[in-house]
Design a protein around this ligand. Structure first.
Ligand SMILES: C[S@@+](CC[C@H](N)C(=O)[O-])C[C@H]1O[C@@H](n2cnc3c(N)ncnc32)[C@H](O)[C@@H]1O
Length: 436
C-alpha cells in the first residue's frame, strides 16, 4: 500500500537529491526527507504523498549517519541559503557528481565518453567563500532584517550573527547595515566585496526616499522596480578579478551588482576547465556566448586568434572591453545582443570553438543555430544540470556527442553545482578544420 499523508515510517537515507533532500525508499516508493543526511536512520512523518514518491520530515533521528555533522548555524533548517551544512564535504561532492551525471542520462539521454573528476572546493574554500550575495530585507521603520527566503517559501529568515558561507567582509556589512535606520518596507540588497576591503551595496526598491541614508558610507547604487537608476555613488568602482591563463595574468573588471561568479577561488578552476576543454592552439576564432564581463572570454583570448563575446547587458559588455584593455588583449571584441538574435544572423567569421555559459534557464533556443554553424568544439558551462541535460539532448540530436564533463563545486554547503561539458561533432569530417 502506498504511503499517505500523516503516515509515520522508519527509513534509512541512501543519498541526497538535487534540491537538497535525503532520499530513502519505503517499499516501492521513493521518500524525500527534509534535512536528512546519508546513512541516517530516522522515523519520518509523510507530509505529502504522490503516487510514486512522498515528501517527509524527520520526527526522530534514531541513528545519525556517518556523513552527518553539526551544522554550526542557528538558522540552519529555516534559512534557504544553505541546504547541506549538516553533511560532510565528501558526501556533498558525491551527491553533486551524481546529480550531474544522472540528470544528463535521465533528461538528456547522454553520458560523456569521459567523466572528469569533480573539482571540490577544498578545506579552505568550503566556508566564507561568498563574495557576492543577494539578500532580502524588510523593515518596519528602523532596524532591518536581512537574510534569505526560507527554504521553499517566501518568508524572510534573518541571517545569524555570523553566516558561515559569507565572505567575512559581507558578514560584517550585514551586521552593520541591519542596525541602520531603514524606511518601512521590503527590498532586495546585493552585497559585493570590492578589492579595497569595502562592500558595495546595490539596492532594489520601489522608491529611493530614505534609503540612501541607510547605506551611508557604503558605495552604493539604488534601482527601482523597473531597473531605473535612482541614486549612485562611485560609478567607476569595479571588482578586479585576477585570473591566470597559461601563465599569463588577465584582469576581469566587473561593476558591483552585475553578474560575477560568487566563489572567486573556484572561479579560477572553472576558467582552467574551460581552457582545457577548449584546447586552443592559437589559431582559433572563439565565440563566447553569455560572456558577462569577460570572465571566460579574456582567459580564452590569451590562447586564441580572436574571441567574440556576446552578452545582452550593455554594462557588462562595457566592462569586458575595459578588462580586455587592462589585460593588454587586442584580439577580442564584445557585442551587446541577445544570444538567440545574434545566432539568427549569419556568422561570416566561422567560429571553430564556441563557449557558452548561460543563466539557469539554459540556452534551448541557441542549440539549433549553434550546431548548424558546425563548430569543432562546444564548451558548455552551466549552473543547472537539468537545463544542461535538456540542451545536451538537443545537441545529440543535432550531431554532437558529449565527450567530457565535470562538476565543479562553486557553491559549497548548498545543493547547487556548476558543470562544464565538452561537445564534439559525431561526424568530424563534416566540420571545417582550418580556421587560419
Ligand atoms: C551565468 S552568467 C555568465 C557570465 C560569464 N561567462 C562569467 O563567467 O562571469 C550568464 C550571463 O548571460 C547574460 N544573459 C542572460 N540571458 C542572455 C541572453 N538571452 N542573451 C545574452 N546574454 C544573456 C547575463 O546577463 C549574464 O551575464
Amino acid at each position: 500500500m502506498s504511503l499517505r499523508s500523516g503516515d509515520r515510517v522508519e527509513v534509512i537515507i541512501d543519498s541526497l537529491a538535487y534540491g537538497g533532500k535525503g532520499v530513502a525508499r519505503y517499499r516501492s516508493q521513493v521518500v524525500f526527507v527534509a534535512l536528512a543526511a546519508p546513512g541516517d536512520r530516522a522515523r519520518v512523518r509523510v507530509v505529502e504523498a504522490r503516487q510514486r514518491f512522498a515528501e517527509a520530515v524527520i520526527e526522530e533521528l534514531l541513528e545519525a549517519g556517518d556523513e552527518r555533522r553539526d551544522p554550526r548555524c542557528p538558522a540552519f533548517g529555516r534559512c534557504g541559503g544553505c541546504q547541506w551544512l549538516h553533511v560532510s564535504a565528501a558526501a556533498q561532492a558525491r551527491a553533486k557528481e551524481e546529480a550531474l551525471f544522472s540528470t544528463l542520462a535521465r533528461i538528456g539521454k547522454v553520458s560523456p565518453s569521459a567523466r572528469d573528476p569533480m573539482v571540490a572546493a577544498g578545506a579552505g574554500g568550503e566556508l566564507g567563500y561568498r563574495s557576492r550575495a543577494i539578500l532580502r530585507g524588510r523593515s518596519a521603520g528602523g532596524a532591518a532584517t536581512l537574510g534569505f527566503f526560507a527554504e521553499g517559501g517566501r518568508s524572510l529568515v534573518g541571517l545569524p550573527a555570523s553566516c558561515l558561507v559569507l565572505d567575512p567582509r559581507l558578514d560584517r556589512a550585514v551586521a552593520e547595515l541591519s542596525q541602520r535606520r531603514w524606511p518601512a518596507g521590503a527590498f532586495e540588497l546585493e552585497l559585493t566585496a570590492v578589492d579595497d576591503g569595502r562592500v558595495h551595496a546595490t539596492l532594489h526598491v520601489e522608491a529611493a526616499a530614505g534609503y540612501a541614508r541607510a547605506l551611508d558610507g557604503f558605495p552604493h547604487r539604488i534601482l527601482d522596480g523597473r531597473g531605473r537608476l535612482l541614486a549612485e555613488t562611485e560609478p567607476q568602482l569595479r571588482v578586479a578579478t585576477k585570473l591566470s591563463a597559461a601563465g599569463r595574468d588577465v584582469t576581469v573588471l566587473t561593476r558591483p551588482g552585475v553578474f560575477s561568479q560568487v566563489h572567486r577561488a573556484q572561479n579560477q578552476r572553472l576558467v582552467d576547465c574551460v581552457l582545457e576543454y577548449a584546447a586552443l592552439t592559437g589559431t582559433e576564432r572563439v565565440l563566447d556566448l553569455y560572456s558577462g564581463s569577460g570572465n571566460l572570454a579574456l582567459p580564452l583570448a590569451t590562447r586564441a586568434r580572436s574571441v567574440t563575446g556576446v552578452e545582452w547587458s550593455a554594462e557588462s559588455v562595457a566592462d569586458a572591453r575595459l578588462g580586455a584593455e587592462a589585460s593588454g588583449l587586442t584580439n577580442c571584441d564584445f557585442h551587446a545582443s541577445d544570444v538567440a538574435r545574434w545566432l539568427g544572423s549569419p556568422d561570416p567569421e566561422g567560429h571553430g570553438v564556441v563557449v557558452l555559459d548561460p543563466p539557469r534557464p539554459g540556452a534551448a533556443e541557441a542549440m539549433a543555430p549553434l550546431a548548424g554553424a558546425r563548430p569543432r568544439r562546444i564548451v558548455y558551462a552551466s549552473c543547472n544540470p537539468a537545463t544542461l541535460a535538456r540542451d545536451a539532448g538537443r545537441l545529440a540530436a543535432l550531431g554532437y556527442r558529449l565527450a567530457r564533463a565535470r562538476a565543479i563545486d562553486m557553491f559549497p554547503q548548498t545543493f547547487h553545482v556548476e558543470a562544464v561539458a565538452l561537445f564534439v561533432p559525431v561526424d568530424a569530417g563534416r566540420v571545417p578544420q582550418d580556421e587560419s
